[in-house]
Design a protein around this ligand. Structure first.
Ligand SMILES: C[S@@+](CC[C@H](N)C(=O)[O-])C[C@H]1O[C@@H](n2cnc3c(N)ncnc32)[C@H](O)[C@@H]1O
Length: 398
C-alpha cells in the first residue's frame, strides 16, 4: 500500500515550476507514504534530478508476474519496454521519478531510475556517453551487470556477472572523470538504510545496448550489482543451495548466533546445512532423503531421517530458528510450517522458507501467503525472489 500512496504523490505532487518547490510539508508526506518512502519524497522536495522511467531486472520468465505485481502495488506505473529479464515502466500521468525511487517488489531483483540507453559507437565512446548521461549526479559507485539470458537452471545457466560485464565495468571505471571517487568493486559492507550511496547502473541488455540508470543503495542486496549475490560456490559445497542459503541469510538480516539451533525442513543433500554450519549454528536436518557424508561428518549437524509430520515436537521446542526448503506447493509448505510454529512450547526467533511457485499463477496469492504467515504472530514478514531462487520465492518472518 505504501507503493500506492507514493505513486499518488508522484502523480499529483511533482512540481512543474520553481514556485511549487517544497510546498508539501514533510510531516504530511510522512503520513502519506510511510517512513521508508520519505526519501523518495525528500528527493522530490529538494528538486533532485528526475527521470521519466524506472527499470527493473528479474529472473527470465518472471516478467509477467513482475508487471502484475507493479499493476497491483503501483497502479500509476505503465510498463514501457520489456526484454527477457529487463523491464522499464513510466508513470501514466507523465510524472517523473527521483533518484530515491525504490520498491519493495518481490520479483524485481534490481530497481532504479532509467535514464536511457547507449547503443552507438565504440565501447570507449559508449563509456564516455554513459558518464555524460549521468551528468551531475553525485554517483559514488558503479554496478555493471547483464540481464539474465535464460531461466535459471536452463541448460545449467546461472544468472550472474559475466566476463563481458566485468570488462565493461573496467572500461567505465577508467573512463570516469577523476573527481568521481568510485568505491572499489569488493563486496561492500551493508549500507546505511538512509544515506546509502547513489549507484550508477549499467545493464547490458545486449552486448552493444547498455541501459543506464541509478539507484540509492540502502540495503545489502541493493549494494550488490544487479542484486546478484557477490559470492562464488566453494568447491566443497555439496549443492548450489549453499548459495541460496547464504543469500537468504544476508537478505534477511537475521542475527543468527553461533551455538543457536536451526531446524531445517528439507535438508538433503545439505548445501544449506553447510552455510548454516559455517556460521557456528547447530543444525537439525529433517529429511527422509540421504544427507551428504561431508555434512553428516560435521559435529554440529544431526540428521532426523523423517518427514516433518513424523518428527517429535520436542525437536522444534529446542529450536531458535526454522528454515524450510521442501519441494511441495506453497499451501503444503505453509501447512507444514504453521503446524510447527503454532505447536505448544515452540518459540522461534525467525523463519526462512522457500515457497515453490509450481505454477506462475500462484504469484497472485503471495499477499495471502504473507498475511497467513503474519497471522502466526510474526511482526515482520518479507518476500523476495532471490538471485539463487528457481521458480520460487523466499519468505522471511521474525
Ligand atoms: C530442494 S530439496 C532441499 C535441498 C536442501 N535444502 C539442500 O540444501 O541441499 C527438497 C527436499 O525436501 C525434502 N522433503 C520433501 N517433503 C518433505 C517433508 N514433508 N519433510 C521433510 N523433508 C521433505 C525432499 O526429500 C528433498 O530432499
Amino acid at each position: 500500500m505504501w507503493g500506492f500512496s507514493c505513486a499518488a504523490i508522484h502523480a499529483t505532487g511533482i512540481p512543474d515550476s520553481g514556485e511549487r518547490r517544497g510546498v508539501v510539508p514533510l510531516r504530511v508526506c510522512v503520513r502519506l507514504v510511510g517512513l521508508d518512502d520519505v526519501w523518495t519524497v525528500w528527493g522530490w522536495l529538494t528538486m533532485a534530478e528526475l527521470a521519466r522511467f524506472v527499470f527493473m531486472t528479474c529472473q527470465v520468465g518472471a516478467e509477467p508476474v513482475l508487471k502484475a505485481e507493479m499493476a497491483r502495488d503501483w497502479p500509476g506505473l505503465r510498463f514501457a519496454y520489456s526484454r527477457p529479464g529487463f523491464v522499464t515502466f513510466k508513470h501514466s500521468t507523465g510524472a517523473e521519478f527521483s533518484d530515491e525511487f525504490h520498491t519493495h517488489s518481490v520479483f524485481a531483483r534490481s530497481t532504479g531510475v532509467s535514464l536511457g540507453k547507449v547503443t552507438q559507437g565504440t565501447p570507449e565512446e559508449r563509456a564516455r556517453a554513459v558518464w555524460q548521461m549521468l551528468a551531475d549526479r553525485p554517483i559514488a559507485d558503479l554496478h555493471v551487470f547483464p540481464r539474465d539470458k535464460f531461466e535459471p537452471g536452463f541448460r545449467d545457466y546461472e544468472p550472474g556477472l559475466t566476463d563481458e560485464s566485468r570488462a565493461v565495468e573496467t572500461l567505465l571505471r577508467s573512463a570516469a572523470e577523476a573527481p568521481r571517487a568510485l568505491a572499489d568493486r569488493v563486496p561492500p559492507p551493508p549500507p546505511d538504510p538512509k544515506t546509502g550511496p547513489l549507484v550508477a547502473d549499467v545493464v547490458l541488455v545486449e552486448p552493444d545496448e547498455w541501459w543506464i540508470g541509478c539507484h540509492r543503495a540502502r540495503r545489502p542486496v541493493s549494494a550488490w550489482p544487479g542484486g546478484l549475490l557477490p559470492l562464488e560456490l566453494p568447491p566443497t559445497a555439496v549443492s548450489r543451495v549453499y548459495l541460496k542459503m547464504q543469500e537468504s541469510l544476508l537478505w534477511s538480516g537475521f542475527k543468527m548466533l553461533p551455538g543457536q539451533t536451526v531446524v531445517e525442513l528439507g535438508s538433503a543433500p545439505g548445501g544449506a546445512s553447510q552455510a548454516l554450519l559455517e556460521k557456528g549454528l547447530l543444525v537439525v536436518g529433517i529429511d527422509p532423503a540421504e544427507m551428504d557424508p561431508m555434512v553428516l561428518a560435521d559435529n554440529g549437524f544431526r540428521h532426523v531421517r523423517k518427514r516433518s509430520k513424523d518428527v517429535p515436537r520436542r525437536e522444534f521446542q529446542r529450536a531458535d530458528w526454522l528454515t524450510c526448503d521442501i519441494n511441495l506447493p506453497p499451501n503444503y509448505t505453509l501447512d507444514t510450517v504453521e503446524a510447527i510454529v503454532k505447536a505448544p512450547g515452540v518459540r522461534l526467533k525467525g523463519v526462512i522458507m522457500n515457497l515453490k511457485l509450481v505454477d506462475w499463477k500462484l504469484a497472485e496469492s503471495i499477499p495471502e501467503y504473507l498475511k497467513r504467515v503474519q497471522s502466526w504472530g510474526f511482526k515482520q514478514v518479507r518476500a523476495r525472489q532471490l538471485h539463487h531462487n528457481r521458480q520460487e520465492i523466499c519468505v522471511v518472518a521474525k
